[in-house]
Design a binder for this molecule. Structure first.
Ligand code: GAL
Length: 673
């Protein structure tokens, strides 16, 4: 079989974070024996090992890592080797206390956890480059080396630092971005509240202010903090590329986690050699498999549609939510294979052996505290065999039916203070529209607002508060050329500096939607409005209403009560070859489904009525063939019609007609032809 990235892997990746430094070396031999039993092909090592690799400044202790990599290699296990720069040692902070980051309120974080880093700090950057250089020099040619894993999850736990060196760095960034201080004044609208700056040196990070600070300054600080993290990543990556050519470099993303809202992954996707992602089930009462599918789709989209790799998820419960349920029997395999269906080239976990000490001892692992006589271990071994049987899918790409527009910068801007309603949440709308598309069994790509959309019959814009004129033109052309667009309220309101677009709302979307919005009128908690539509249909909205004036669009549903009574609630504008829908209130799932039903008809997307709710069907296709993944998240057996005969890869059975997928099971059919 040909190799793909990670280097030297001829199967899908299966394994996890391996932190053997927590155990005596005698345990390592048991580890590799059990890894083989479980079908582990790759582990991530050394991510937090700086203090062990460099116990005091300039004194290195690589012996243990040499022995570990040799041992892995001897057992045919590939290594994803970390640069440990997310966890500088205690001695480093004693010498460089200013490398500890500072919060917006001036609190300096302490050593004693992880990720306490000011990424503008020159001493930190120098030390990170030094340890990365040492590792790259020593291990570039190690036969176990499959990939470099830089740092860990940039953006958490500290997304931005507000110290003096960041202030200086921010001023440099502003100079490079705007050239003159007047351009900053203009972009930030500093004429308001007398915030005008006469010189770059007068500008600080947006620290704590008596009342709301300048929103454009806050938005630029997000961009600056993101760019600063990327500078650090790129610096390490370039060292690794130079000293370890041919070995791919990654850093693990967290594309869909609300907790990680500080990284513009559109900008990061092209900086890594392989997009990798971490995903954990958020148990907040919503359907976790839908959030998982969204995370996987978003990650694939950040990778430009190319295969990516799930670098961390959990075998069972995690330990950092208020309540952390175990996974139900079979759920781990469904989770892993759902990521694979949506483009991951394998499935890895945090972590291999469950820790006995430290902050994460109650986090599940592949090898639990209870050892091998446990349900989790048996399921891990079974999953290892399943993943192995899917190796031929490597390099194939997931096929999408529709696109959802997403932009981290718009999300940042939307989340700034003093908006029409704090109940409107851009991420909530993205989740809700995604879920409605999922329930129509449509596979979704996410797209940047300025990306080429011509491949998609249907494009959904859940809430894109910040939108450039270029994005507006992009959507107008998309519809004129035959596309179907669905746009939710409070989209297209401000430009990249959080300045309201000239003229009526929604600036760059007025033409494509054929309407203007005169005023927003958000609802109070608990208030709902009825909206009346075709053939006596009625829906309800909450959180938001507004006063829409059609200017070419047809009104399809009308507000029946509330301040907006009698005005349009849902409109359709036929433009060129396509149509553009607008939704002026927050719809629940039935309302979203109704609108998406109409839009799907406009887009000529046939309903997938034969698939039961919560039975997922996703395709990967490529040179080796077309593969249909069917994932049954329900407690009933399902039968899914196949459009062609094929071979089911997990069981080896021939499949034709209707494919039986037992309750909770996964089936993967290579379709003939
Ligand atoms: C990830 C992190 C891992 C581990 C895991 C626990 O965010 O990268 O090191 O902490 O969470 O869920």
């Amino acid at each position: 079989m040909p190799e793909t990235i990670p280097k030297g892997l001829t199967r899908l990746a299966f394994g996890g974070d391996y932190n053997p430094e927590q155990w005596p070396e005698s345990v390592w031999h048991e580890d590799v024996r059990l890894m083989r039993e479980a079908g582990v092909t790759m582990v991530s090592v050394g991510i937090f090992s700086w203090a062990l690799l460099e116990p005091s400044p300039g004194e290195y202790a690589f012996g243990w890592l040499d022995r570990l990599l040799d041992l892995l290699h001897a057992h045919g296990i590939r290594a994803d080797l970390g640069t440990p720069t997310v966890a500088p040692p205690a001695w480093f902070y004693r010498a460089q206390p200013e490398a500890l980051p500072v919060a917006a309120d001036g609190t300096r974080y302490e050593f004693g956890s992880r990720g306490a880093i000011c990424h503008s700090n020159a001493d930190y950057r120098e030390a990170a480059a030094a340890i990365t250089t040492r590792l790259a020099t020593r291990y570039a040619d190690h036969p176990a080396l499959a990939m470099w894993h830089v740092h860990n999850e940039y953006g958490v736990p500290v997304s931005a630092c507000y110290c003096e060196s960041c202030a200086a760095h921010f001023r440099r960034w502003l100079r490079a971005t705007y050239e003159t201080v007047d351009a900053v004044n203009e972009a930030w609208g500093t004429a308001f509240w007398g915030q005008r700056y006469a010189d770059f040196n007068q500008i600080n990070p947006p620290r704590v202010t008596p009342t709301v600070g300048n929103p454009a300054q806050a938005l630029d600080y997000k961009r600056f903090a993101d760019a600063t993290l990327r500078e650090n990543f790129v610096a390490e990556r370039d060292i690794l590329h130079r000293l370890s050519p041919g070995v791919p470099v990654t850093t693990n993303f967290m594309t869909a986690l609300s907790q990680c809202d500080s990284i513009d992954y559109w900008a990061w996707g092209s900086e890594v050699d392989l997009v990798t992602n971490d995903h954990y089930l958020i148990t907040d009462g919503r359907r976790t498999h839908v959030n998982l599918a969204m995370a996987a789709d978003l990650t694939r989209s950040v990778a430009g549609g190319a295969p990516w790799l799930l670098l961390e998820h959990s075998t069972s419960g995690i330990n950092w939510q208020p309540r952390n349920p175990a996974k139900a029997p079979g759920q781990m395999a469904r989770n892993s294979l759902a990521h694979v269906a949506r483009g991951s080239e394998g499935a890895l976990f945090f972590q291999w052996r469950q820790s006995r000490r430290g902050a994460e001892k109650f986090h599940s692992a592949m090898l639990p505290h209870g050892g091998t006589d446990t349900r989790v271990w048996r399921e891990v071994v079974e999953l290892g065999a399943s993943v192995d049987s899917l190796s031929e899918i490597r390099g194939t790409r997931t096929v999408a039916d529709a696109a959802v527009l997403w932009d981290w910068q718009s999300w940042w801007a939307q989340n700034l203070q003093w908006r029409p309603s704090e109940d409107h949440d851009a991420r909530e709308r993205a989740d809700a529209f995604y879920e409605a598309l999922y329930d129509r069994h449509l596979t979704v790509d996410f797209a940047h607002p300025e990306a080429d959309l011509s491949a998609y019959p249907l494009v959904v814009v859940p809430a894109l508060y910040l939108m450039t004129q270029a994005a507006g033109r992009n959507l107008t052309e998309y519809v004129e050329n035959g596309g179907t667009l669905v746009v939710s309220y409070f989209s297209g309101i401000v430009d990249e500096h959080d300045a309201v677009h000239d003229g009526a709302y929604p600036g760059p979307l007025r033409d494509v939607l054929g309407l203007t919005v005169e005023e927003f009128s958000p609802l109070l908690p608990g208030d709902r409005v009825r909206i009346a539509g075709p053939e006596g249909s009625e829906l309800t909205g909450d959180v938001w209403t507004e006063f829409v004036v059609p200017r070419g669009a047809d009104t399809v549903w009308t507000f029946a009560d509330g301040l907006a009574a009698g005005r349009p609630a849902i409109t359709r504008h036929r433009l060129g070859e396509g149509s553009a829908w607008y939704v002026a209130t927050r719809l629940a799932s039935d309302g979203l489904d109704a609108v998406l039903g109409w839009a799907a008809d406009d887009a000529r997307i046939a309903p997938r009525a034969e698939l039961p709710r919560d039975v997922e069907a996703v395709r990967r296709t490529g040179e080796s063939g077309t593969y249909l993944f069917v994932i049954n998240h329900t407690s009933s057996d399902a039968k899914v019609p196949l459009e062609a005969h094929g071979t089911e890869l997990l069981t080896g059975d021939r499949a034709a007609g209707r494919l039986a997928v037992p309750a909770g099971a996964v089936r993967v059919v290579r379709l003939d032809g």
